[in-house]
Design a protein around this ligand. Sequence first.
Ligand code: SAH
Length: 269
Amino acid sequence: MITDCYDQLRHLPAIRIVLVATTHPGNIGSSARAMKTMGLTNLVLVAPRHYPSAEATARASGADDVLERAQVVDTLDQALHGCVRVVGTSARPRGLSSPELAPRQAAQVLLATASQAPVALVFGRESSGLSNDELDRCHYTVQIPANPQFSSLNLAAAVQLLSYELRQQALAGLPTASERPAPPPAPAEDVERFYQHLQTVLIALGFLNPVNPRHLMRRLRHLFNRAQPTATEINILRGMLSAVQTAAPHVSPSELDARSAADPLHRDR
Ligand code: SAH
């Protein structure tokens, strides 16, 4: 049997392929097959409509091992647990979405980090893709440059193309930036808690309109995502926010809690 023996391909299995709310089980099987042909094996399914399914297994055509090892979770946050870089996919340009990367750049970003910490590539539902909230969880978006008049690929075809790009970039090898690798960015869940904390404080200070916090928060997310803060830096930022809360006596903690409870966006303060 011929196996992937190239050293530079060893990080491909670490890359998490996340399929969100897939409707057709056949697409799950075809995606598993697409992954395996390119040396990817780490599949996470978020709330699939029908799974497990005989159709998924049939369409996997020999990639049943990828399906058997697939994790099934309820939420995107669970799927992204521990991930330090997250790339979302979209069939069309989205207003105010995260910075856009070409498929090749996306592959480079994911591979550059996969050697140090978990990373994920996220695919949306067949009918409507990823929601804006889901795309907000992604540090970058990638769009396969298809025919602008007909840009929506079948889900498994998109998985195939981006898996191919990952393999090509892995085979090409990545330039080594320095002898000592930089510390990895903080995990997605820590960064998410920081954004919730920041939003709570900005609302309490009267800087952010609680009726429509999303636009400003989205811009701030892009700013911090560009900086790729480490876990230590996130701790410093959260410490600063706590100091602001302590130093702003006109906004008592109970008032903050009441506001957080009133608005579901602030639950995780
Ligand atoms: N009607 C949906 C398309 C969903 S296609 C929409 O307008 O968004 C299902 C999934 O396949 C997408 O969420 C995305 O993950 C992937 N996909 C399809 N075409 C793509 C493209 N051109 N670039 C990147 N991903 C694509």
